[in-house]
Design a protein around this ligand. Structure first.
Ligand code: ATP
Ligand code: PAF
Ligand code: BAL
Length: 294
């Protein structure tokens, strides 16, 4: 473990690599009755992640951020291999943000027998298999497997996730319900670049042209949001898809308006709990985004 003096808030960020070290660091804090928050990430931190840390600082006494590029949730080996890992930059950001702990385990710490798969099979409901679950088969088994391990290591009172990964939050809430876990799940709003693009670690892979093209995704979602009262569902979807399809080099996986729990397409605009979601490949980079309609 090593410490870095924070440049802004004069706090110390403790960098921790093992579950044992994490447990012994947190034990005295828990004994004092301090409230512990966990912000799970895969690193390559940006302002979206920092908004989760800031929210966690408001709601808890101690904030643990985990950085772990979890191999079991990747369905494309190339995506895993090229996932950005700017560790010094991440530590600097967390230090400046006044985060208390960063947990950065090695793969063998979380999966001692890696690459031999461990048993993990949880019933996350039928929403596991649509949208991201259809395009990244097994993804949410991998996500819930690592989030369960992180919850078990930190035993947080509260954990923070971004709405950008809308289906992920739903799957994690379903896991918490199925396993009866004692952790509160908080969803934080999507942080966007000034031009509308949802911040994402994978944005770093976008070429200059891809970066410009990527704007059609948020544009299509904002179109749906702004015209929701005036057009039919079929018109909204057709016109939003047309916005995306004006750009060659952007290939839609889905653009859909669904119920926020079942993730099945809604039939009536009077439906409550409605969300529009998009996923597309922009050049070689796959991006997702969404807006909550009501
Ligand atoms: N723009 C954003 N606004 C709010 N939360 C975000 C944003 N981007 C990511 N998050 C949240 O941060 C947490 C960690 O996400 P992750 O480290 O995978 O970053 P990411 O930017 O989503 O990267 P990726 O390129 O893998 O999608 C998740 O709960 C995610 O939803
Ligand atoms: C929740 C998570 C950290 C699990 O690896 C990841 O899916 C992410 O960063 O959204
Ligand atoms: N933020 C979601 C993690 C993933 O794409 O694997």
């Amino acid at each position: 473990m090593y410490n870095l003096a924070a440049s802004k808030q004069d706090k110390i960020l403790e960098v921790i690599a093992t579950v044992a070290e994490l447990e012994s660091s947190l034990k005295p804090l828990k004994a004092k009755g301090l409230k512990i928050a966990l912000v799970p990430t895969m690193g390559a931190l940006h302002n979206g992640h920092l908004s989760l840390i800031a929210e966690a600082q408001k709601k808890a006494d101690i904030v643990v951020c985990s950085i772990f590029v979890n191999p079991t949730q990747f369905t494309d080996p190339k995506d895993l291999e090229k996932y950005p890992r700017p560790l010094e930059h991440d530590i600097k950001m967390l230090t400046e943000a006044g985060c208390n702990f960063v947990f950065m385990p090695a793969v063998k710490e979380m999966y001692p027998n890696y690459p031999t798969p461990e048993n993990w099979a949880i019933d996350l409901g039928s929403a596991e298999f649509v949208l991201e679950g259809e395009f990244r088969k097994g993804h949410y088994q991998g996500v819930t497997q690592i989030v369960f391990k992180l919850f078990d290591a930190v035993k947080p009172d509260v954990a923070f996730f971004g709405q950008k990964d809308f289906q992920q939050v739903l799957m994690i809430k379903n896991m918490v319900a199925v396993l009866n876990l004692e952790v509160q799940i908080v969803t934080c709003p999507i942080i966007r670049e000034n031009d509308g693009l949802a911040m994402s670690s994978r944005n770093i892979h976008l070429s200059e042209a891809d970066r410009a093209h990527s704007l059609v995704l948020s544009k299509a979602l904002f179109f749906i949001e702004e015209n929701y009262a005036d057009k039919s569902i079929a018109e909204l979807l057709a016109e939003a898809k047309a916005i995306v399809n004006t750009i060659t080099g952007v290939e839609l996986d889905y653009l859909t308006i669904v119920d926020g729990d079942t993730l099945l397409p809604i039939k009536e605009k009077t439906h409550k709990n409605t969300v529009a979601l998009v996923a597309a490949k922009v050049g070689e980079t796959r991006l997702i985004d969404n807006v909550i309609i009501n």
